[in-house]
Design a protein around this ligand. Structure first.
Ligand code: ADP
Ligand code: ZN
Length: 754
């Protein structure tokens, strides 16, 4: 009798034993998929080993073995086992994450894309007055029209329907009135395949670049290098030279990780310029089928470089020679659901096992990587200057607390007052100047929507989400209040829900409002807004960025998504509308995030020969995150920030795991948090050798999300093995009562504690 152990993608920390019936044709060796009965259904699992029979057990039979050969080789299985151990996640859940969805049935099969219906605006409605009259009796038509407007005037019907609930008659009403047209189009092919191929850069490396390239050429297998290069220092050229050697000369393979493909089409273009069809770009817009094709091509060796976000670290490449992690400080490298892995840690473990070199690149390395580089665990390579003779931009602070930056007396009152509250006089002057010189500007406001929240002018009550402990954001086009945590939307309150007062005030700027203020003040300017609301189309990011690159945009306004990797030499001005968004969040990384964001967005200015300058508007001009961004002083920032994480200790001075308990009932959740803490204390009393401290419990800073109450307990230790052991004990042994939807999750090395 042949018995096998199978890992299933279930929240259970064990494998299951099945019998392989005689005459099974497919592969049942380690790493193969098998279809097995489980409870009343069937599951796809991965064979993790042979098993020994035990007396008295009637083993269930494997239903089918669909593979000719294992889908997962031994090194990948080992990597997944490490992830399961370290992040305290069931092995089956990790294996499912590492394989394309088409193989594990994690998602319903997606039909091949062929045609789709698209809706397009054919009549502009510039005047608000006309709009009010036209839509007086059809607010639903208005909502659809304005949604369509806000995403560029054209969108797939399916996408519109996902965003807004409306009936077919609403759409046909718009068509009858000649406002929109509905058409059918063939779905475009993967634009990364059809994108114009740019010629490769032909720069001669600078001395610093050459040193880095030479060091990497002699790096031992498993070696980790932190490439700390200021913004615009030419880190990409160093990556390209490394890959040229690894892939073209040595015939090995490589993985390039970027925070998000959609936001970095330029980086991808540069790799494609050099390596062409050897690259598989694993972007989020691929269908399950396309992703599977790319995966197969990498496995067969037809493609030798995988470029992608976080999960591309699981690319099925053999002979791996190098892993590049660009913008290694980005929090998107950490997965927010189980398994809560960090691609940087996984990359390092994978590279060590398979003999590859790792390059972590950033202008603002995470404190973790910096500490590892200065302690000698990683090698530190530095590109201290901008490439091609460019210099870092001059950064000015505009103190929003000072009166004189606001109103200019000669201006007409109302509209200008609103404008001046958003854009200070010095920044407005520079914007006007850039428009006159036909140079480009980038404006950052890390808050989407129209106004941050609405507040009653009489009693001060703020409209909050019924499901989350968070205020609702006011959106226009379509007009509604939206929760940015759970997407709950409701109509704008005309009267206060608490006191019935009729003076509901909008507070705090959002990108929609700034876009409007800019277009009123600079009617001739071509303004592009880039935030989650304008980029719901699959290629919306790349489209906007391509327009900026082609010079068709004068002002690019957006949330943090405009701060990444963009390289536009004609951008000579960067403005930060409100640097204080996020700076005071109750999270130990709030300052680090803020410094990184300010430094990165400032780094978009002056990358060409014309130079550039940056204006940061803030009410906390003396905050060290702001100060160090102004002086481009990463070293000082790290020094001060590390010192601030000693009492109480936070990473990288200590390792932490965040245990979050949640449930639908407030009391039950709090009680569970208390008993988890007591359980941990008892465990530690029994094992005094463990160097672990337990902090809490306390309600999470965001106490309620999607109708679930949340409490957390922090486990800290300087010894990561102890932390791992305690975490595993807790997750595997602590029994969570089966009521009130109670859940317990453990997040090892969390990137945020909100
Ligand atoms: P980073 O990623 O470090 O911010 P990039 O790799 O985007 O910087 O390079 C910034 C710009 O400098 C790009 O336009 C690139 O083509 C250019 N560049 C890179 N290396 C050189 C060099 N040695 N000489 C001249 N220009 C260079
Ligand atoms: Zn909500």
């Amino acid at each position: 009798m042949t018995l096998i152990d199978v890992a299933l993608a279930l929240p259970l920390f064990r494998t299951f034993t099945y019998r392989v019936p005689e005459g099974t044709t497919g592969s049942t060796s380690v790493g193969s998929r098998v279809l097995v009965p489980f409870r009343n259904g069937r599951e796809i699992g991965i064979v993790v080993g042979p098993s020994e029979p035990r007396a008295g057990i009637n083993y269930k039979q494997v239903i089918a073995a669909p593979d000719d050969a294992p889908v997962m080789d031994a090194p990948m299985l080992q990597l997944c086992t490490w992830i399961a151990e370290y992040y305290v996640s069931p092995l089956g859940v990790v294996l499912r994450t590492a394989l394309p969805a088409a193989l594990t049935g994690a998602n319903a099969p997606v039909p091949a894309r062929k045609t789709r219906r698209v809706v397009e605006i054919i009549a502009e409605l510039p005047s608000l007055l006309k709009r009010d009259r036209l839509f007086a009796r059809s607010p639903q038509q208005r909502a659809v029209f304005e949604l369509l407007e806000s995403i560029g005037g054209r969108a797939a019907l399916k996408l519109l329907a996902e965003q807004l609930d409306f009936s077919a008659s609403v759409l046909s009403g718009l068509v009858t009135r000649g406002l929109v047209r509905v058409g059918v189009e063939t779905v475009e092919r993967d634009p990364f395949l059809t994108r114009a191929r740019r010629p490769p850069d032909t720069h001669l490396p600078s001395d610093a670049q050459r040193t880095a390239i030479q060091r990497l050429a002699v790096a031992e297998p498993g070696h980790v290098v932190l490439l700390h290069g200021v913004t615009g220092s030419g880190k990409t050229l160093v990556y390209l030279e490394l890959l040229r050697r690894i892939v073209l000369e040595q015939g090995k393979t490589a993985i390039v990780l970027v925070p998000e493909i959609a936001l970095t089409p330029q980086t991808v273009d540069r790799f494609r310029a050099v390596f062409g069809d050897r690259i598989a770009v694993l972007h989020s817009a691929l269908s399950d089928g396309e992703r599977h094709d790319a995966w197969q091509a990498l496995r067969r060796g037809d493609k030798r470089i995988a470029v992608g976000a976080r999960s591309a670290i699981f690319a099925p490449l053999r002979d791996l020679g190098a892993i590049v992690l660009d913008e290694e400080h980005e929090s998107s490298y950490k997965q927010g659901e189980a398994p809560r892995y960090h691609a940087r840690e996984v990359a390092i473990v994978r590279a060590r096992a398979e003999g590859a070199v790792v390059v972590l690149g950033s202008a603002t390395p995470s404190l973790e990587s910096w500490t590892n580089a200065t302690s000698g665990k990683y090698e530190l390579l530095t590109l201290p200057d901008r490439a091609g003779g460019a210099t870092l931009p001059i950064v000015h602070i505009v103190d929003l607390r000072a009166k004189q930056v606001k109103l200019k007396p000669s201006d007409t009152p109302e509209a200008d007052a609103a404008f001046a509250l958003a854009i200070s006089a010095p920044l407005a002057d520079r914007l006007r100047d850039r428009l006159a010189k036909r140079e480009q500007s980038i404006l950052l406001l890390n808050r989407r929507g129209y106004a941050a929240f609405v507040q009653c002018g009489a009693c001060g009550d703020v409209a909050v989400c019924p499901n989350c402990s968070i205020s609702l954001t006011y959106h226009r086009t379509p007009e509604r209040l939206v929760c940015h945590y759970c997407q709950h939307a409701e109509a704008l309150h005309v009267v206060c829900a608490r006191c019935g007062g009729a003076r509901m005030r909008q507070r705090g700027l959002g990108t929609q409002q700034v876009e409007r203020l800019l277009s009123e003040r600079f009617p001739a300017a071509r303004i592009a807004r880039m935030d989650v609301d304008t980029t719901s189309g699959k290629w919306a990011h790349a489209d906007i960025l391509d327009r900026v690159g082609a010079g068709d945009v004068d002002i690019l306004l957006g949330t943090q998504m405009i701060a990444k990797g963009l390289d536009f030499p004609n951008v000579t001005l960067v403005g930060v509308i409100d640097a204080d968004v996020g700076i005071n969040l109750p999270d130990f990384r709030a300052s680090e995030r803020c410094f990184q964001l300010l430094s990165q967005v400032a780094g978009r200015a002056g990358r060409g020969p014309k130079g550039g300058e940056v204006f940061i508007q803030t009410r906390s001009p003396s905050h060290h995150a702001v100060q160090c961004a102004v002086t481009h002083d990463y070293y000082r920032f790290v020094r001060e920030e590390l010192a601030g994480r000693v009492h109480p200790p936070y990473p990288p001075n200590v390792r932490i795991a965040n245990v979050v308990v949640s449930g639908t009932q407030e009391d039950a959740t709090a009680r569970l948090a208390t008993s988890v803490t007591a359980w941990l204390h008892r465990l530690l009393e029994a094992r005094p050798a463990f160097g672990v401290t337990v902090i809490g419990p306390a309600p999470c800073p965001v106490e309620r999300v999607k109708n679930r109450w949340r409490w957390h307990v922090l486990i800290k230790s300087t010894r990561q093995q102890d932390l791992g052991r305690i975490g595993r004990f807790l997750v595997e042994r602590f029994e969570v009562p089966k009521q009130f939807g109670l859940r317990l999750t453990l997040d090892r090395d969390p990137v945020a504690l909100l």
